[in-house]
Design a protein around this ligand. Sequence first.
Ligand code: TRP
Length: 332
Amino acid sequence: MTNRVFSGAQPSGNMHLGNYLGAFRNWARLQDDYECIYCVVDMHAITVWQSPQDLINQTREATAAYIAAGVDPKKSILFNQSRVPGHAELAWIFNCVARLGWLNRMTQFKDKVGKNRENASVGLYVYPDLMAADILLYKATHVPVGEDQKQHLELTRDIAQKFNNDYGVELFPLTEPLILGEGARVMSLRNGNQKMSKSDPSEYSRINLNDDADTIALKIRKAKTDPEPLPGKAADLGDRAEAKNLVGIYAALADMSRDAVCAEFEGKGFGDFKKALTDLAVANLAPITEEMARLEKDPAYIDSVLKEGGERANAIAEPILSEVKQVVGFLS
Ligand code: TRP
């Protein structure tokens, strides 16, 4: 079987450094070694309310962010989920394979709904079945995901295995996670124990991909730290969550290990370190910001990328879905 990568991200507005270092940059790096399929998951997005115009704008913005980060729509397949009907069709079949008990264990659902479970959409509950369908519709062998999606990927494997067992076939692969390098988890600049997030009320908690150099400098200057100097080894950062986060961001941007960053700045305070981090962040992000701005002025191009990507994705999905339908016993 060919090695095929599938990954997806929700079309949330305000793309930030955490999205870039944790996801898109890695997606771009996989293109030379794998056949890659990248998806803007607009069907997952509507599991919570989205105004239609925001959904359209954010789908285009996410697509622009992936391309600006280096995803090449000629090399990889880049499309929005709702264009390929197989995602919904296979998700239905998986709704009938997955057990209630399995979904009841999903921590992301529990975290998202809190005490408001009765009022959550049914779509939010079966969100992981749709994610399994995204991956298995292409028989993807590898999925780059962050820590927070590992449980969903395990569910995907459970669904693949139960389907194969129930129907006595070897149809779906057991997909492996790809956990990639430094920066997989970028934390808030205001609280080193919280993930960098677009929904944090403080703008100073995150670096947005459309921040200019002055804004980046200001946010890094205001980032929470402690008065201690940097140690020579990353392990000696101990429980200094904010210090660890800034060292991690530096390491990811410079493509260095955390140890190498500590060795370089050993004994220096955060005043000096932040200056170096600012220069590095601006140098890395300026070309991306510029490319995103350029692409956002050309929605017709973005739409044409998604259309062509959808056609290519569908060409892979259709025969797999036919095989599944035949196995299940659907006449066609
Ligand atoms: N649930 C993922 C997230 O929130 C997005 C996603 C949807 C995804 N389908 C996927 C990721 C398939 C990897 C593979 O980040």
